[in-house]
Design a protein around this ligand. Structure first.
Ligand code: FPP
Length: 226
């Protein structure tokens, strides 16, 4: 969800106003994704690296997140959205963790879109954490080194219960992956939108999905059209 800072700077606002405006885009995109039958939507809300931002920005983002989690329960329920989280959730304050757990519990019975918030998330850390867990299993004799394959590895990632993403949308024209789902995006289609996240709304999301629909996915093979 890139471009909040630039959106604010363009208006001579404090960065946090960009993040605040970005929450409206979150609402719009979650609603649109549900409407068109997307099953899983992962939002990169706070990366492991984001902790190094100025304390005032980190605190403001955490307050915004907590408020979102508190205030959106009714809207999520109305749209049949089930809330999930990936990342080093234990890094979050107790207050945010408590609200996250409450909001997850309150939406657990919904059967529509699964909204996955990546919080304190870093892909390299996720992968090394998986490697460490597997090493322990091997050391304990529960797994043999020959059994360590892609399926087993994927079962040790935060995303063990979710399919790999088909489409990765990057806003604000950035051409980087920024430590996001490195393992899982192996075959994802990328769509880069020049629109800054606070301006990114339903029509931009639908444009990205349409663009995805025009791609021919080959997964390393040859296309059926030859
Ligand atoms: C990146 O833009 C955005 C973030 C680090 C935070 C995203 C958070 C929100 C949209 C609001 C809270 C989240 C939820 C799910 C309610 P940037 O600050 O790096 O922008 P820049 O690249 O223009 O500086």
């Amino acid at each position: 969800m890139d471009g909040n800072g630039r959106w604010a700077r363009n208006r001579a606002f404090a960065r946090i106003r960009g993040h605040r405006a970005g929450v409206e885009s979150v609402r719009a995109v979650v609603r649109a994704a549900g409407e068109i039958g997307v099953e899983y939507l992962t939002l990169y809300a706070f990366s492991q690296e984001n902790w190094s931002r100025p304390r005032s920005e980190v605190c403001a983002l955490m307050r915004l997140l907590e408020k979102f989690l508190r205030n959106e329960i009714a809207e999520l329920n109305e749209n049949n959205v089930q809330l999930h989280a990936i990342g080093q959730v234990q890094d979050l304050s107790e207050q945010v963790r408590r609200q996250l757990a409450l909001s997850q519990e309150a939406t657990a019975r919904n059967t529509g879109l699964k909204l996955i918030l990546a919080l304190s998330y870093g892909a390299r850390r996720e992968i090394t954490r998986a490697a460490r867990e597997i090493a322990r299993e091997v050391q304990a004799g529960r797994v043999s080194p020959d059994e360590v394959d892609e399926n087993l590895f994927a079962r040790h990632l935060y995303t063990r219960d979710y399919p790999d993403p088909d489409l990765l949308i990057r806003t604000s024209g950035e051409l980087r992956v920024s430590n996001f789902l490195l393992w899982q995006i192996s075959y994802a289609e990328f769509v880069v939108s020049p629109v800054l996240w606070p301006d990114f709304r339903k029509e931009h999301f639908l444009d990205a999905v349409r663009e995805y629909g025009r791609r021919q996915r080959r997964f390393g093979g040859v296309s059926s059209r030859g």
